[in-house]
Design a binder for this molecule. Structure first.
Ligand SMILES: [Mn+2]
Length: 469
């Protein structure tokens, strides 16, 4: 860990000695936008000139575009580690910094200043996200930037590095900074998504982790469950939000959920956990609870409004208002995507161990991963099923996304890598969520090869006794 932090310090010292215009390139997810927000604020404080853009994915076109930019210094945030040789080739004449936690291309560049935890035997999937790296970078640049620690937590949470607490010294350190700065307050409460914003019945119906047997996934049963608890759950005939329940009712609810889980779930009382509240945000806003905030950031990115997300991170009022409106549009689009899925359910390729959902022009390409994630959490497919969703992009490519139902010893990044090696295209991601971009004329070929590869994988799994169902 010390070597890793020293590497970051070294990067800061190198940047300090350089002059010229900086170009920041970030990924569009919550971690990428948090990374961008931290670095933008830090550069502003130093009076360094910069421009900024955000991308879904690094490919040759993006790097080509960058090479035409009139900039001296490039900062790649939350991406770039998989494209070292290409970046080296096209941007070798400029100063390039990569602050990223994704898996590395096996390539040794002398020119790129790469800060990546995997190089230091740290697990970038769990121990630190890119916004965490950017936070340390900013803090070493100027100790004032300690007031940005909470933004790094949004990125870490967005990248699923929080699971009933952070599981690494690095993330715990950032959390402590955020608490010391008075920006974050940690409370123990129900580990449920939407405490601040959603009506109770919806929170219960959609609660997958923790799972509530006989309630999760069923609107009628969720409503009946609330009735049976005999709590004061409504105001003016409408369901309250969880934060509006009084203490006694909250206790009844917690007890009721535990009762439902006894005998069915492994740890029935494992429903309470840390909740991270942003002290400066208003109650019941989607930016109060860090989990909801990171979801909001993801929506901004997916709706091609990255700068709004960054504005929200930096506390800009106008961005916040616009982002709230955007969130509503986003929800509407997700519902449309789910409706499309339901109408076309019988048309998808569904085999033992996987399903391929090709939405072509019917769903925005940036929503395809979200659709996959929702389908994985909805009890529609068996544990271990690989859910592949695809959609056309505006520039003639196809965006592909891989998600997994439940937890399983499978590396989706490796799976897509194998396929893309045969089909052509670019890919990246993590063990539990991976993606790719291919040309539209490769659609048929991609599906054919994916089927072959996955059938092979399922056979191997079966032979190993790890039955995919
Ligand atoms: Mn990330």
């Amino acid at each position: 860990m010390e070597f890793f932090l020293n590497k970051i310090k070294e990067g800061v010292n190198k940047l300090k000695k350089l002059s010229g215009v900086v170009k920041i390139i970030t990924h569009i997810d919550a971690d990428g936008l948090s990374s961008g927000a931290i670095i933008i604020k830090a550069l502003q404080r130093e009076g360094i000139n910069f421009s900024f853009s955000s991308v879904r994915l690094i490919d040759e076109n993006v790097i080509d575009e960058m090479s035409r930019e009139n900039c001296d210094i490039f900062l790649f945030l939350d991406l770039g580690s998989g494209s070292l040789s290409k970046i080296d080739e096209k941007l070798g004449d400029r100063e390039v910094f990569i602050l990223d936690h994704h898996k590395l291309e096996d390539y040794d560049s002398k020119k790129i200043f790469l800060i990546n935890p995997h190089k230091f035997n740290l697990d970038g999937g769990v121990e630190i996200s890119s916004s965490g790296i950017c936070y340390f970078f900013a803090k070493y640049l100027n100790s004032k930037n300690q007031d940005l620690a909470h933004i790094a937590l949004l990125g870490a949470i967005g990248d699923m590095q929080e699971n009933n607490g952070f599981k690494s010294e690095l993330n715990d350190y950032i959390l402590q900074d955020a608490i010391n700065e008075g920006k974050i307050e940690v409370k123990v409460g129900l580990r449920m998504f939407g405490m601040q914003t959603r009506p109770i019945n919806k929170v219960l119906e959609y609660s997958i982790d923790p799972y509530i047997p006989g309630v999760t996934g069923n609107e009628g049963l969720a409503n009946r469950f609330i009735e049976e608890l005999e709590i004061n759950a409504t105001i003016d005939g409408r369901y309250k939000k969880l934060v509006q329940l009084d203490k006694e009712d909250m206790k009844k609810l917690v007890a009721g959920i535990i009762l439902k889980r006894i005998g069915v779930e492994e740890n029935p009382d494992d429903i309470l956990g840390s909740i991270y509240l942003l002290t400066e945000e208003e109650d019941e806003s989607p930016m109060k609870d860090a989990k909801e905030f990171s979801t909001l950031l993801n929506s901004c990115g997916r709706m091609n409004k990255a700068s709004l997300g960054i504005g929200c991170c930096l506390g800009d009022k106008k961005s916040k208002n616009e982002a709230l409106m955007l969130l509503n549009n986003y929800k509407r689009e997700i519902i449309n995507a789910l409706n499309w899925y339901n109408l076309n359910k019988d048309k998808f390729i569904e085999e033992n161990g996987y399903v391929i959902i090709d939405a072509s022009n019917n769903i925005r390409d940036t929503l395809i991963g979200t659709l996959g994630s929702i389908l994985c959490r909805s009890n529609l497919y068996g544990d271990g099923t690989i859910v592949i969703t695809m959609a056309y992009t505006i520039d003639g490519s196809i965006k592909i996304s891989l998600r997994l139902v439940g937890k399983k010893e499978i590396d989706l990044r490796e799976v897509i890598n194998n396929i893309i090696n045969k089909v052509g295209g670019v890919c990246g991601g993590h063990r539990q969520a991976a993606g790719a971009l291919i040309d539209q004329e490769k659609e048929e070929e991609f599906i054919k090869i994916t089927k072959l590869e996955l059938n092979k994988l399922v056979l191997e799994e079966n032979a190993n006794g790890k039955l995919l169902k």
